[in-house]
Write a protein of this length. Structure first.
Length: 288
């Protein structure tokens, strides 16, 4: 079984529509794919529909795990919390998700304003066009910077010169306290996995004591097999997970053409996947 528990669509900053993503997951031979857009569940309905259509044609189709990647911050460090199979209608988590997602718009506008103050010719109109209906994020601004000929790649935009953490045009957004995120997701029947917890170059790397504290607060797992973790880091995280009784996941963090990583580049053990499904009470995989 090939299980990929972390992907993005045009509902946030991926480049495949949810329907394209589902078809790409089938073509990649995945048995399970989780759709985990940043701070939104807006892609789930389209993904489910596309999956139904694919099954109707008799083609092999993956099972869909609904989820989201929640933007969090602790002690001034941004981090990401994957949330799986929560009830999307549970009001408290719904409200918090909206607060985080809605703040992305003024925040992106503020980053564009900063760039323009520095004489950089990007416009909000163009960034909004690139983001479309999706939750707007820095990768959309990065693409506008590429189009304007200012950087050659998305990665080059994530530097102090541009929109990297603390960079000259970086602006914070509203983010959840991760302990609150764990509580909210559990309360909505979902399961939490700390995404790429040691991805230093992304600036989403908190002190290890935070992982201990989150585990004590009910965190379910940590994402170990991720492209931003080298082999020694993975080995260390694996032993930490063992020590703290956390589940270990692996995933591609696929973003379509905005990153080079392919679907299924890293995968999750079937036993761990089954345990996530067992723990979840907010939603079932589709089809169950
Ligand atoms: P935002 O949520 O708007 O702050 O944007 C964060 C997103 O930008 C992450 O989820 C990644 O998809 C992407 N990202 C963060 N750091 C990098 C990086 N160093 N290179 C490329 N993409 C990055
Ligand atoms: Zn992203
Ligand atoms: Fe992330
Ligand atoms: Fe992600």
């Amino acid at each position: 079984m090939r299980i990929d528990l972390h992907t993005h669509s045009t509902a946030s900053d991926g480049t495949d529509t949810p329907a394209q993503l589902v078809r790409a997951a089938a073509a990649a031979g995945l048995d399970v794919v989780a759709l985990t857009d940043h701070d939104t569940v807006a892609g789930h309905a389209e993904a489910r529909k596309a999956l139904g259509e694919l099954r109707d044609t008799g083609a092999a189709a993956p099972v869909l795990v609904t989820g989201a990647e929640l933007s969090c911050r602790v002690d001034g460090v941004s981090m990401h919390m994957l949330a799986y199979l929560f009830d999307p209608r549970e009001p408290e988590l719904h409200r918090e998700r909206e607060l985080v997602r809605d703040d992305r718009m003024p925040r992106a506008q503020a980053m564009v304003a900063r760039l323009r103050e520095h004489g950089v010719p990007v416009t909000w109109d163009r960034v909004a066009e690139i983001a479309g209906d999706g939750a707007v994020g820095r990768p959309h601004i990065a693409q506008a910077l590429i189009e304007a000929g200012l950087v050659d790649s998305i990665a080059q935009a994530f530097t102090p010169e541009w929109i990297g953490p603390g960079g000259r045009a970086y602006v914070e957004k509203h983010e959840l306290d991760p302990f609150e995120a764990v509580r909210l997701v559990r309360n909505a029947g979902g399961v939490t996995v700390f995404a790429h917890p040691a991805a230093r170059e992304r600036g989403t790397c908190v002190p290890e004591s935070v992982i201990h504290d989150l585990a004590a607060a009910g965190l379910d797992g940590i994402e170990v097999d991720h492209m931003d973790h080298d082999e020694p880091t993975r080995a260390h995280l694996r032993s930490l997970a063992g020590e703290l009784g956390l589940l270990i996941t692996g995933s591609s963090d696929y973003h379509g053409t905005r990153k080079t990583v392919r679907l299924g580049a890293n995968t999750t053990d079937p036993e761990v996947y089954r345990e996530i499904v067992r723990r979840a009470t907010g939603a079932a995989p589709f089809p169950p």
